[in-house]
Design a protein around this ligand. Structure first.
Ligand code: PGA
Length: 256
């Protein structure tokens, strides 16, 4: 809906190499400053681990946040190849995506792993962006709410057990069948799904927690206008269309 402040999260996945990121930063550091200064929206850029520091340097002087794409479910120790929530915080990350469907599918992350990651992040003052979503078969069998409730349950349970639960929580609903396919769900379906999700979260979380609901899956210049009209949606998790700065800027301007 025009006039709302939305959260735009760019998920660069593993699409850019280190050199690509350096080039992106060289080409667009002024554009990022201008985008940030001229917009009521908030932005988060999530590069791969190796590129966090160069992007951190590039975003200095803007209020654009840095985010990671995953983190370890462990605090520290002998976990070769993993990166801890504490390191992410020290690197300047204020957000971290967890439970992306590609992590669930290719790296067999369970709902319990994701819940443990949420706790690690919150303990280090990094905001988790918790991804949930059904696959095509589940969508066709009308199992969406059952699936996303099951995905969220251990995360919410773990967060509720903390002494300090964060005052806001980002939840990204991404239908798996919509990611990278160009297909987005019907608006009436999104309206209903986010409404039920919001109801569930308000039942399961303390009143002090406000939820920021993101939609992800084929958000691009042609789909964003209709998606932004869904009142429940507070922002977007954007993959492919976030890699091209011009497209990204156009999407933002379609939500002014
Ligand atoms: P997409 O990806 O925008 O390319 O569909 C979204 C995501 O995977 O987060």
């Amino acid at each position: 809906m025009p006039g709302r402040s939305l959260l735009f999260v760019a998920n660069w996945k593993m699409q850019f190499s280190f050199n690509d990121v350096l080039q992106f930063c060289d080409a667009h550091s002024d554009d990022l400053i201008a985008l940030d200064a001229g917009s009521a929206h908030q932005f988060v850029v999530c590069p791969s681990f190796d590129c966090l520091y160069p992007v951190y340097k590039c975003l200095q002087g803007t209020s654009i946040s840095l985010g990671a794409q995953t983190c370890s479910s462990h605090e520290k120790g002998a976990f070769t190849g993993e990166v801890s929530a504490q390191s992410l915080a020290q690197l300047g990350c204020t957000y971290c995506i967890i439970g992306h469907s590609e992590r669930r599918l290719h790296f067999h992350e369970s709902n319990e792993d994701i819940a443990a990651k949420a706790v690690r992040l919150v303990n280090c003052d990094v905001k988790p962006i918790i991804c949930i979503g059904e696959n095509r078969e589940q969508f066709e069998r009308k199992k969406t709410m059952a699936i996303i409730s099951e995905q969220l349950k251990p995360v919410i349970e773990q967060l509720n057990s903390l002494a300090h639960i964060p005052s806001s929580l980002c939840i990204a609903y991404e239908p798996v069948w919509s990611i990278g396919t160009g297909e987005v769900p019907p608006i009436s379906y999104l309206d209903e799904t986010f409404r039920l999700l919001a109801e569930q979260c308000s039942l399961d979380l303390p009143d002090t927690v406000s939820c920021i609901f993101l939609y992800g899956g084929s958000v691009n210049e042609s789909t964003i206008g209709q998606l932004a009209a869904v009142d429940w949606i507070n922002g977007f998790l954007i993959g492919g269309a976030s890699l091209d700065f011009q497209k990204f800027r156009n999407m933002v301007s379609l939500c002014l």
